[in-house]
Design a protein around this ligand. Sequence first.
Ligand SMILES: NC(=O)c1ccc[n+]([C@@H]2O[C@H](COP(=O)([O-])OP(=O)(O)OC[C@H]3O[C@@H](n4cnc5c(N)ncnc54)[C@H](OP(=O)(O)O)[C@@H]3O)[C@@H](O)[C@H]2O)c1
Length: 315
Amino acid sequence: MWVIGFDEPGGPEVLRGFDLPEPAVGPGQVRIRVRAAAVNPSDVVTRSGLSQPRYAAVNPPYVPGWDAAGTVDEADPATGWRVGDEVVAITLPVLDGGGAYAEKIVVPAESVAALPAGRDFASAATLPMNGLTAWQALDRLALEPGQSLVVTGAAGAVGGYAIELAKHAGLQVIADAAPADRDLVRTLGADIIVDRGAETAAQIRAHLPGGVDAVIDAALLRDEITPVIRAGGGYAALRTAQLSGGVTPRPGLTVHEIFVGTDIHEKDRLDRLSELAASGVLSLRVADVLPAEQASEAHRRLERGGVRGRIVLEF
Ligand SMILES: NC(=O)c1ccc[n+]([C@@H]2O[C@H](COP(=O)([O-])OP(=O)(O)OC[C@H]3O[C@@H](n4cnc5c(N)ncnc54)[C@H](OP(=O)(O)O)[C@@H]3O)[C@@H](O)[C@H]2O)c1
């Protein structure tokens, strides 16, 4: 089968096609003929080698990609999945059944949900990783309806799902936006929109002088944004301090380091995300669909910034 991967980390140009043996299906597993794989910032981290210590024991080629949508190609009958079922799935890049930039992946049944009804493969591929990430952040922050949440990087994939899930849970959402993203962020459901940039924290304080209950920091603003959090509040960090710097600790501030890799078997959440996407509570946003051979170009575009919605590779 054909995959997109790399044998030495580096720039977007290291991504290329490889022919690999088809992965076998084991007990409790499902093989998916991937039709669409989303291109995420985490794939750039994988490709550039920053997360390589995690897979030091794996032989190249390394295959990135967390998010896949496609059809079941073979399944352990005990899983209940049947050949031809249309599904979305999350997979650990490089490790286990391999990354999603592949014609076929093998994943445990807990990492598979039905394709959101009425949605195509490309849209559905944008859901699992970032939906589960936003869910984990909200779960760890454990806010009650009516409490306030700041979402930075609100126009991005994690930010968008965080806003929509938070509104669905009855939270008050304050989100940042560049002028060109205001309409989008309003449509996603933010109650208060502040300017992205140097004035973000000051504008949030003007709206909520007592401080907010929590922040999901998808823009990685770190110490620029933590001052808006009230004593006893929470901060969801989207990248570990190791990977890209931490926040300055402060008494009364709880920092939650989010890692979606711990939730790839949360089938109930994946099922629920699929239902919420089908019913329109969650917006599936696709920036572009490119043939998988153009993975390098997809990474270049993502790294330039300004992409709204996910770029999706078609297999
Ligand atoms: N820990 C985990 O398990 C986990 C899981 C998923 C994602 N992540 C991380 O979470 C972050 C967000 O992911 P994503 O998929 O949502 O990325 P994304 O779709 O690229 O969204 C990030 C958003 O932040 C904006 N932004 C960048 N710099 C900013 C700044 N200084 N001020 C305000 N906004 C800024 C970007 O705008 P421009 O495009 O205009 O720059 C973009 O709208 C990434 O770092 C990703 O690696 C972590």
